[in-house]
Design a protein around this ligand. Structure first.
Ligand code: ATP
Ligand code: MG
Length: 343
């Protein structure tokens, strides 16, 4: 029997997941679910696709956009320790509630951790996930589904390796791209909180040449929000800046503030720091064949970073949102690991 394999990439900014058919992406934010009667009024007109609500051990959570809009008690952390112990369970089960179709099912999971925490937390994370999870998902029409999901196997990968697996392996998990199996490739994964650097040497993760820094996109967002604070004396939670920065302006109390020049300057400055770290970290790795830039932040910063890197860059495939390359690679790695015998 083929078992369902699911890849989940729990980032500080977004949780990404796929079963190979569907991709799911939601903000890594969750909070207390509000009372049902209030919900009726609040949610009447909302977009039902976005509705992620689950109950674990009698605690009800709103997740993603729903939490951002409706929960008074939001939890959004940039602290790694807390992230693994509490947030990752809520976020992983939320993803499963959307991707698993049978209420009782066993699955295999591939998840990622930032390079800097890989060694320290990989066993803890695997242990937390590898068990039977009982939880309830509530849809926008208040329909409850009780899930009993048994996670029989867990693999934990260093996050940026997902992007390498995505290029190395085909959709059925079989190796397809020789270059990634023979070359030495540097990967820069720019996320929301962190930037990860690593080297894939002949398709294998090398701890040497690996580094995690705090130079994620949030660093630029902090600068932007400081400027806004100066301009209008409001503290904007940084995860609320995605859309504003994207559209180039933000409306606060009816007044529109232009964000284009401050975002551009902050992004350039961040890209310079990211490229400088790569050049330093890989100073002795002159035999690197090529460098790839991935992660959601990579989509924004790649042009600025590339021009300052010592080495040749290869663009990642443009067929998918940059944020999803790691998780597609996790899924392929799962297929490679667990189904190769069956093909
Ligand atoms: N369509 C989009 N919507 C929102 N953000 C986007 C989009 N495309 C690119 N981004 C950028 O992607 C970044 C998040 O990237 P990603 O999902 O890789 O981070 P993460 O994995 O959650 O963070 P970390 O790796 O630090 O844990 C955002 O900060 C934003 O700048
Ligand atoms: Mg990430």
């Amino acid at each position: 029997m083929t078992q369902t394999i699911i890849g989940i990439d729990i980032g500080f900014g977004f949780t990404k997941a796929t079963d190979g058919k569907d991709f799911l992406i939601f903000k890594s934010v969750y909070g207390e679910a509000v009372d049902l009667q209030i919900q009726e009024k609040l949610l009447g007109e909302s977009n039902h696709d976005e509705h992620i609500q689950i109950e674990i051990d009698d605690t009800a959570y709103f997740v993603g956009e729903l939490a951002e809009r409706q929960s008074s008690n939001r939890s959004f952390t940039l602290d790694q320790k807390q992230f693994i112990s509490s947030s990752s369970q809520v976020l992983a089960l939320s993803a499963l509630s959307k991707l698993v179709h049978e209420p009782t099912q066993s699955i295999k999971l591939v998840v990622g951790l930032p390079i800097g925490h890989y060694r320290q937390y990989k066993d803890e994370l695997a242990e937390m996930l590898k068990k039977t999870h009982l939880f309830t998902a509530i849809d926008a029409h208040h329909q409850r589904i009780d899930y009993t999901i048994t996670v029989t196997d867990v693999r934990v990968l260093p996050q940026p390796i997902g992007t390498v697996m995505d290029r190395l392996l085909g959709t059925l998990g079989m190796p397809k791209n020789q270059r990634f199996a023979t070359d030495k490739i540097g990967i820069i994964d720019v996320g929301f909180r962190t930037t990860d650097y690593t080297i894939s040497d002949k398709g294998r993760y090398s701890e040497r040449g690996s580094l995690t820094t705090r130079n994620g996109i949030s660093r630029a967002f902090v600068k932007i929000s400081t400027k806004l604070k100066e301009a209008c004396d409001i503290d904007i939670e940084i995860y609320r800046l995605f859309e504003a920065v994207d559209s180039g302006s933000i409306k606060i109390r009816g007044k529109s503030y232009d964000l284009k020049s401050v975002s551009e300057a902050s992004f350039k400055q961040l890209a310079t720091a990211i490229a400088a770290d790569a050049n330093t970290t890989w100073a002795d790795d002159w035999d690197i064949d090529a460098i790839m830039i991935t992660g959601g932040g990579g989509a924004v910063l790649a042009p600025y970073i590339e021009s300052q890197l010592e080495g040749v860059t290869i663009p990642i495939q443009q067929d998918l949102d940059y944020r999803l390359h790691n998780v597609r690679g996790y899924l392929k790695y799962g297929l490679y690991t667990w189904q190769k015998g069956e093909a």
